[in-house]
Design a protein around this ligand. Structure first.
Ligand code: SF4
Length: 698
């Protein structure tokens, strides 16, 4: 894929896909990225996966938006625009005209009163852009109706971590597994979704580390596992409670750690008495002997880590699932020391940073409570503006409901694709169509842009300069390598122009000025400056001095909660919102595949990735396919209470006979037509991992 001498220039940046945050060297020829190499970043140590290595050419794809677009009078809103020919529904406009239409439509709604405008920012943008976006909604519209895809990803994990540990970020980097002797990976499929992190997990297992993999799907990490616990979907809480009940029963907990660093232990202990594994085999699908072995293996380890993904978080009991994992780490003393810790594997390249930057409706930057008068006034002082609402804003799914009931009438959507990514997407698409004014800013004419009144063409990540924060809390410098096509501009520049037209008078001229303002209101960025990041490329927060590269492990001396103690919060068993029945007898679960990223807008326009995985598919157990009379490669119909799709079926023994796994990257068989919008009451995350489904031959 190109000879190492076959380039004019190399630019160092960060992979734009997953939360691992691999550092890359982009090799350029004639102003275009020709190929990509992994370099020695703190997370990747020179490694890259197939997406990082080959998924770059989307930035040069002919579908890139190059001019601002305004919807033609009378053009119907719906999934009806060919991204190769948007001029059937839109006309090209100058930046001046498009910005005027975009801003005046939003200002008109604002000036009519009420909280009728909402914004979705993006975990694909830089920290500076995420910060500006939430500031625009709060300062420009006076309320907190601003959210992003963390709501669909780890919102429940963050809510449990904030509640019980006092911080939403990981307590240890994933690279710390090097110092562990036992690790649990639950509800995550890192070989596909965090592939470079998975290489460290495999090396850990090869060195003799005990790798306990727990998942309803038997994915590829199984080959490296000392224990593969393939439990019933939705049975996370009874399974984890039964593991902890064995630790209590057999006295394997770390009393000294519990006494020194935790609270509410006696309550947790009593609660766990009702979860003996022998009584739960039918519910969890796991025999008691295995549960006891797992409990002993984890508790007797000298240092243990717990990794989890969206198999844990995307349930109506997602917060409870994370509470259990936190309790398991606390009772075994596995936080705050080398080789130990809690690590929710973050999905998007900058979902950690966008959340840190306040792109969420309940928190200002650094998870500072928006209902706290002192917190708000600290920010309005930095911003030099008046107070804004002390009410928590609406979340992603609540915003779509609020459009339907007429409360929200206008939206500004930057880099998100709710017409594909929201649960029960038919409902979300109808909401987008109902909006009186929709401004979409993106690099392609996404499914969401099909509903826009104004489309603003943005720069892709490799065309921008700015910082991003990975799953390890490493703030890294991304550098522009290519020039945006046509009239496309960097997101921060567009948001600033919109702010100016809304009367906010912002005068930033470079992302470094935005970063400096962020750092004033975010203690997590103490000792981290733009200049330092330019020089050092990555600094882990917290960084204790201008020379400290940052702390890979936190909470060695206590937790950022009152009294310095973490809390045990017992979790009871809550069944999934929708259980299989005679009409919908199987279980649908959705997720990603190695080659494609989320709604596919980037990776399906990357030649190599699209060639490897060119079309929509689902996976079923071979026995299930036989029963249906469908050959592998044949078509099946999937129906839920929300809708139906037809999709090609693959045979996969890793999927339980009563389950179907469906990736959500494909518009031609959009998984979220089927998914259940029921949400976790704390994190407000939808139950993407469990819907009742009927599967028939198509
Ligand atoms: Fe990019 Fe993630 Fe792959 Fe690294 S592991 S190359 S960050 S997609």
């Amino acid at each position: 894929h190109g000879d190492s001498r076959d380039f004019d220039e190399a630019v160092q940046s960060v992979c734009p896909f997953c939360g691992v945050g691999c550092q890359v060297s982009l090799k350029l020829k004639d102003g275009k990225v020709k190929y990509v190499e992994g370099i020695n970043g703190p997370a990747n140590e020179g490694r890259l996966c197939v997406k990082g290595r080959f998924g770059f050419d989307y930035i040069h794809h002919p579908h890139r938006l190059t001019k601002p677009l305004i919807r033609l009078d009378g053009a119907e809103k719906g999934l009806n625009v060919d991204p190769a020919n948007p001029l059937t529904h839109f006309r090209e406009a100058s930046w001046d005209e498009a910005m005027e239409v975009a801003a005046s439509g939003l200002a008109k709604l604002r000036d009519q009163g009420g909280e009728t405008v909402a914004g979705f920012g993006s975990a694909k943008c830089t920290n500076e852009e995420a910060y500006l976006f939430q500031k625009l909604i709060r300062q420009g519209f006076g309320h907190n109706n601003v959210d992003h895809c963390t709501r669909l990803c780890h919102a429940s994990s963050v809510s449990a971590l904030m509640e019980n540990v006092g911080s939403g970020a990981v307590s240890a980097t994933f690279n710390e597994i090097e110092h562990a002797d036992v690790a649990i990976v639950i509800g995550a499929n890192p070989i596909e979704n965090h592939p470079v992190a998975a290489t460290f997990f495999k090396q850990f297992a090869k060195r003799g580390g005990k790798l306990i993999v727990m998942d309803p799907r038997g994915h590829a990490l199984k080959r490296f596992a000392s224990h593969m616990v393939q439990f019933r979907p939705g049975a996370d809480v009874p399974l984890l409670n039964s593991i902890m009940s064995v630790i209590v029963e057999e006295g394997l907990y770390d009393q000294a750690y519990i006494d020194r660093f935790t609270e509410n232990w006696e309550h947790e202990k009593q609660h766990l008495a009702g979860f003996a594994p022998e009584t739960l085999e039918d519910l969890t699908g796991i025999d008691a002997a295995t549960v006891r072995d797992v409990a002993r293996t984890f508790a007797k380890g000298k240092a243990g880590m717990i990794f989890w993904g969206m198999g844990v978080s995307q349930h109506i009991h997602g917060t409870d699932n994370s509470r259990c994992l936190i309790s398991l780490a606390l009772m075994t003393g596995n936080v705050g020391k080398p080789g130990a810790g809690l690590h929710p594997l973050r999905g998007q390249n900058n979902v950690q940073g966008a959340s840190d930057a306040g792109l969420i409706p309940m928190f200002l930057p650094d998870y500072q409570d928006v209902t706290d008068d002192g917190v708000r006034s600290a920010f309005t002082e930095i911003w030099g503006s008046g107070d804004f609402s002390d009410k928590k804003g609406l979340t992603v799914t609540e915003i779509m409901d609020a459009v339907h009931d007429g409360t929200i009438r206008g939206m500004y959507i930057l880099g998100e694709n709710p017409a594909m990514s929201d649960p029960d997407v038919t409902h979300a698409r109808a909401a987008l169509a109902k909006l009186e004014h929709l401004v979409v800013q993106d690099i392609f004419l996404t499914e969401t842009a099909n509903y826009a009144d104004v489309i603003l063409p943005a720069a892709a990540f490799y065309e921008k300069t700015g910082t991003v924060t990975n799953t390890n809390r490493q703030v890294q410098m991304g550098r522009a390598a290519a020039t945006p096509p046509g009239d496309a501009r960097e997101d921060w520049q567009i948001t600033i122009e919109l702010a100016q037209r809304l009367g906010l008078g912002w005068g930033y001229t470079h992302p470094r000025e935005i970063f400096a303002e962020m750092a004033r209101g975010m203690p997590s960025l103490d000792n981290i400056t733009w200049e330092r990041l330019e020089r050092e490329d990555a600094v882990t927060y917290p960084s204790l001095s201008p020379e400290d590269p940052g702390q890979p492990i936190v909470f060695a001396d206590g937790f950022p909660r009152e009294g310095g103690r973490a809390r045990f919060t017992p979790a009871s068993v809550i069944p999934p919102d929708e259980t299989p029945d005679a009409d919908y007898p199987m279980i649908l679960t959705t997720g990603r595949q190695l080659e494609h990223w989320h709604t596919g807008s980037m990776t399906r326009r990357s030649k190599v990735l699209d060639a490897v995985e060119p079309g929509a598919n689902c996976s079923l157990h071979p026995a299930t396919l036989r029963k249906l009379g469908v050959e592998p490669g044949g078509m099946v119909k999937l129906q839920t209470r929300r809708g139906e799709i037809e999709v090609m079926a693959r045979a996969d023994r890793a999927v339980a006979p009563d389950m179907v796994f469906l990736p959500f990257a494909y518009v031609e068989a959009a998984a979220n037509i089927l998914t259940n919008p029921a949400i976790d009451p704390y994190g407000k995350i939808p139950e993407f991992k469990f819907s009742a489904v009927r599967v028939t031959a198509a």
